[in-house]
Design a protein around this ligand. Sequence first.
Ligand code: FES
Length: 362
Amino acid sequence: MATNWREIGLAASLAERQVSTVQVDGQRLAVISRDGQFSVLSGVCNHAGGPLGDGQLEGDYVTCPWHYWKFHWRTGLGEPGYEDDAVPAYPSKVEDGRLFVDLKSGTRRSRAPHPPHPLARTPRREPGDVRVVAISTTSMTEGQPRFSTSDHLLQIAIAEAANVGCETRVIRLRDLKFRHCEGFYSKAAAACTWPCSITQMDPGDQLDRVYEAIVHWADVFLIATSIRWGSANSLYYKMIERMNCIQNQTTIANKELLRNKVAAFIITGGQDNVQAVAGQMLGFFAEVGCVFPQFPYVAHSRGWSAEDMENNVIEVRDSELLRAGAQALTDRCITMARALLQDQLPAFEYARGGRKGHPLDN
Ligand code: FES
């Protein structure tokens, strides 16, 4: 037997699964078994290094389990239209019931150019005064608007930002079509990519508006939610689960996508739990790298026993105190954001297991 041939294992065992991962001479390989035939491909996907051998055979193609790129089970070529994206395919043979691979005679890996997603550009603060995005997370029937207490206060807050000369944007999550987080991080840390894997795969997914505003455009995020059974609105959670990809870049790639960003919240509900909702929101936005003004939320609730929601709505609509509170919240955010832009506060760098860039280190 030529010395290039390396044993993989018992053919009968390998035939029990259509696709398996094996390690030979330190290389990760994908072994494919189909109709009594074997093939061996590199086990490393061209896209982001996903484990091809943990994928599945769909027709003539092995599908990567991370983001579903496909490679021909025999040739390693990408699916039709993507043939320039090829993973190495190695000769294999069965002798004496054992499968062998020739690692020195494989085809070459080739990568087709893939233009980066627009969100992948390095965040760079363009000159200009503070920019404020208002994000409404409340839901309501399409085409049948209702009075929302959280939206009402959010409108007051964002109008204040415009009044003091800031650029503003408003995003209503209920107007966007976007998918739930589908758990790429649960497959492997590196499978949760920036930009979000769903955003890169699905041009119809509209959460790119939120990513664009939060990562690239805004200095201040004003986020409004209703209270639903003691928690923030379900659309709020749908959004922040998709923002795992932002936090993940900090923890696995030491890359801070959010820096000098100020977050503040508007929380209203027919029943109470304001502090728990605020605690969750503060915790999440702290984890993605935001800072907060003093008194970082305004809230309203008439308590557990106030079942007369119509009066709740009237109270918020007519409250001068809440109006002034929403405006003051915006003013505090803008003051803080201006200070950050003028480098009047130090920037800290996240570092695992230690600290880096702390002003006291100088
Ligand atoms: S499709 Fe394989 S790593 Fe993304």
